[in-house]
Design a binder for this molecule. Sequence first.
Ligand code: ADP
Ligand code: 5SP
Length: 572
Amino acid sequence: MRDGPLYLGFDLSTQQLKAIVVQSDLQVVSDAKVDFDQDFGAKYGIKKGVLLNEDEGEVFAPVALWLDSVDLVLQRLREKNTPLNRIRGISGSCQQHGSVYWGRQAETLLGGLKSDKALVDQLKDAFSHPYAPNWQDHSTQQECDQFDAKLGSAERLAEVTGSAAHHRFTGPQIMRLRRKLPDMYAATSRISLVSSFLASLFLGAVAPMDISDACGMDLWDIPGNSWSEPLLELTAGKDGVAELRSKLGEVRLDGGGSMGRISSYFTTKYGFSPDCDIAPFTGDNPATILALPLRPLDAIVSLGTSTTFLMITPVYKPDPSYHFFNHPTTPGQYMFMLCYKNGGLAREKVRDALPMSSADGSDAWATFNKHALATPPLDIKSDSDSAKLGLYFYLPEIVPNIRAGTWRYTCNASDGSALQEAAQPWPAETDARAIVESQALSMRLRSQKLVTAAPTSGLPAQPRRIYLVGGGSLNPAIARIMGDVLGGAEGVYKLDVGGNACALGGAYKAVWAFERAAGETFDELIGKRWKEEGAIQKVDDGYKEGVFEKYGKVLGAFEDMEERILKVARNT
Ligand SMILES: Nc1ncnc2c1ncn2[C@@H]1O[C@H](COP(=O)(O)OP(=O)(O)O)[C@@H](O)[C@H]1O
Ligand SMILES: O=C(CO)[C@@H](O)[C@H](O)COP(=O)(O)O
């Protein structure tokens, strides 16, 4: 393999840009990353990768930060002596829903990049807007109400686009920016998703959007396989449909193949081969399901900045409370997703509220884990104890659509009856387990429609395997609690690449994009080359008789608690 082709996958997520290089046999040969706060916090004033305008609920990232990061991550790969000249193809995964606004000079500037200058200096006039809205943005309630109403109901919108209206989805975001910044909108020649933006840099031309990532916009008609005319009209006005269509461009239906050769900027500056091809890039969640051969009834829990729960299915069963996307490589397959804003950062808040003892050393997660594991399921220590349930929303949540706040309830452990707000707050130590249980209970509740079969006879309906990815997958206590609540007939596994799963999925996508035989699906090609040993590790037994059922008894109470809180604390 010393001379064979290599494939590069990127992950441009909320807090980092990661790059990973693999061989044709899927062995990882190199990786590098840029941490936005550490590397560019001072230059851009960002925190956790983003800027905030709290008055309006806006969350956004400077596009220039990403340009700087692309040069830096490639420099880091080169410093590690990565043979960039052997890279045959590039793909990648990027945070979903974010949008980048190109100005009229974009194509000329992208096509004329010179290797003696940085991307950030040469592309400063390529954009009509310096910022990309981030998926944590919640400034678009007004637009979301109109999206939900446009086709008759949120249910109908979900049937057409795979999702009801969500603050972060690109259609409502574009609609709001057009209203707030009409001159900027008029000066925009093209709109990219973050994935097609990153692909555009490597292509030296504005790249088409990808068939899976386009489903995160509330604009793409999934059954019709086209932009939805009425939703374009809502976003851009009756007379603006043709203009918006041209800004969005065509969506590329094939997740593989080449969109073109790499820009000479990268060949001259970093030593890429001029024969290196650019495959379509996709969203970070669609790329995550490409990090291993996933089977129906397997579930992935991604513990990044957001927490997501992912499954694949051949059955299109949309519902306003979750998302359906086209599969990024396989027509006729779909990705099911739940997404929570209160993921990694919410767990960090609970962690940081814990009293630290000197015995815990300097590892704050060690304290969190000690309490999470010392607390029994639902904090039921004896038969007479009530079950404890909480919601820990430091940001307004997506599902349920509840404003920021913390709520603590109790109910009877045997059947979830006598649900009531806790008479007094329980100790911070109890929250460590309760927040992870709460996140997992929400996933179990909302994936019930898909998890209707038992993967092993004699066991209750549950996922076959749970795969953990993202930064939080390194945490054994979180793995344990995920297994307690969600089950997993064959157990809970973590990917050895930990936080790099979506970059790895991007790299595998590039392997498939350029090495597939005619008609060979991603699963066929990757299934033949992927070896379980060295790729995944079992980190928990998953289903534990008695424990899984204990959570089942309070699932209804958990749903009732959410409904009660929704009545008084809905996002407006
Ligand atoms: N040992 C750990 N235990 C729990 N969470 C962790 C641990 N290490 C990292 N994390 C979490 O991982 C998150 C980052 O995950 P990552 O997948 O790299 O993020 P993203 O792709 O969203 O930028 C951090 O916000 C942090 O809370
Ligand atoms: O909004 C979503 C999915 O709908 C998020 O999952 C984003 O795609 C970003 O995720 P991180 O990888 O940064 O957590």
